[in-house]
Structure formats: C-alpha cells, structure tokens
Design a protein around this ligand. Structure first.
Ligand SMILES: CC(C)(COP(=O)(O)OP(=O)(O)OC[C@H]1O[C@@H](n2cnc3c(N)ncnc32)[C@H](O)[C@@H]1OP(=O)(O)O)[C@@H](O)C(=O)NCCC(=O)NCCS
Length: 215
C-alpha cells in the first residue's frame, strides 16, 4: 500500500477543530472547493486588501494562479522559510484559508498570519474563529512565541479581529498594492495577551513538529 502524501508532506495531514470550525491541510478536494470560493469573489473590486494583489488577475487566470501559488509553497518549503496554509471549513463547508508564514522559525519562533474568506462568508465571526484557532495551535502545539499580523489601515474587519484576540500595535509600514500608497498597520500577539476561546482538538501535530525541526 502506498503511503499517504501527508507522510511525506505533514502539513497535508493536519486537522484542527473547534466547534463548527475546522482547519485542515489543502489536498485536491480542498483545493477544488477553494477555487470555487475564489471564483465567487473575496472582496469588492474597488478594494484591495492584499499586499500582493493576486485577486486582480483576470477571472479566467485566477484558478491557475491560485493553484500555482499554493504549489509553489510546497515546492519551496524549507525549515528556513515555510508557510502553513490551511483550508477553513464552517459546518463542513469550505469558506476560505487561514495561514501563517515564517522565516528561520527555529531561531525566531515567530510567524505572520494571513487569511481570507469568500465574500458571502464574511462578517459572521468565522474570521475571528479561524485566526483564534490557528493562534491556539501555534502557541500551544508548535512552540511559537510571537505572532504578527499586517493589515491595511482601511481594513476594519481584519483590524477588529486582531483587536478582539489581544494583538497590540507594532508600528506601521507602507505598501503600493495597486501602485498607490497604502498604510499597513503592524500588530503583535504575545501568548500572555492572547484572548483564548473554546479549546481546539488537533490531529497530525507530531509529524508536523518533526517536519519543522522541533522534535
Ligand atoms: C478579514 C476577514 C478574514 C475577517 O473575517 P470575518 O469573518 O469577516 O470577521 P469577523 O466577522 O470574525 O469579525 C469582523 C469584525 O469586524 C467588525 N467590522 C466589520 N466591518 C467593520 C467596519 N466597517 N467598521 C468597524 N468594524 C467593522 C465586525 O463588526 C466584527 O467585529 P465584532 O465581532 O466586534 O462585531 C474577512 O473579512 C476577509 O476575508 N476579508 C477579505 C480578505 C482580507 O481582508 N483578508 C485579510 C488581509 S490582511
């Protein structure tokens, strides 16, 4: 019998559950469902919440772009620079992605989260639940000591999620997502400030810990 692909790439075998929320590795089924959510739209066209404006790609190119972006993350995965992107499901329905990206994690023990939900799933508390579940996983199971977030100053939803979870201000930066100036608010979450919610259940953490060099 062939091994499961998650035995070779453990992020695929990770599963985090917390009430109606599930975060899990992105396999073929999850990717196909996510592409449907991407096609339906993530934000109003006049707004751009992402530093790299990937949602501006023509509609017919978006699925391939997104698939290639994800595949690149697996192809370039290393202990020096890795990202963990998880498919978010709410009551069993695929709704978006919650991830974290790191650099030299074994030295710095920090990572920056990033997330998106399909437009029709926003504003119902799912974004808060998924960031909270991921932060719980990172602090309690993956030995993170700092978690950061970066959000354009005109993104009240993301800023409010950070505020609700206990992030503190960590300065500002500037970006040019569509060739015009955007002010980025940087935020920092420390374990002692984290406003926890319900406990999470996790599967597949031990292989992931070994994979990122913790055990
Ligand atoms: C950012 C995102 C993941 C948040 O998820 P969400 O499910 O919409 O967020 P929640 O419903 O959990 O929380 C949003 C909070 O912002 C508040 N909010 C939303 N719009 C607001 C506005 N215009 N002014 C003030 N507060 C606002 C909501 O009231 C809520 O706070 P509350 O619980 O205190 O009422 C989601 O909106 C999204 O995917 N947006 C598009 C992509 C994106 O911006 N990604 C992040 C890039 S940094």
């Amino acid at each position: 019998m062939h091994p499961d692909l998650s035995e070779i790439f453990p992020p695929l075998g990770l599963r985090v559950t917390c009430g109606p929320l599930e975060l899990r590795g992105i396999g073929d089924a999850e990717m196909l469902a996510l592409l449907d959510v991407v096609r339906e739209g993530i934000h109003a066209p006049e707004r751009m919440p992402f530093v790299f404006p990937w949602t501006d790609a023509p509609a017919e190119q978006l699925p391939l772009n997104y698939l290639q972006w994800w595949a690149r993350g697996m192809a370039t995965w290393s202990r020096e620079a890795w990202a963990l992107d998880l498919c978010a499901l709410w009551e069993g329905e695929v709704v978006g992605v919650q991830g974290v990206a790191t650099q030299d994690f074994l030295t710095f023990r920090f990572g920056e989260t990033g997330s998106w939900l399909g437009n029709r799933f926003q504003g119902n508390g799912i974004g808060t639940a998924m960031r909270r579940a991921l932060c719980t996983l990172l602090f309690d199971h993956l030995d993170f000591e700092f978690i950061t977030s970066a959000t354009f100053s005109d993104n009240p939803s993301s800023l409010r999620v950070s505020e609700k979870l206990g992030y503190r201000d960590n300065g500002i930066e500037w970006a040019r997502p569509r060739g015009t100036r955007a002010v980025t608010r940087r935020l920092l979450l420390l374990p002692e400030d984290f406003r926890r919610g319900d406990p999470i259940a996790v599967e597949g953490v031990e292989p992931l810990r070994r994979f990122i060099g913790l055990d």
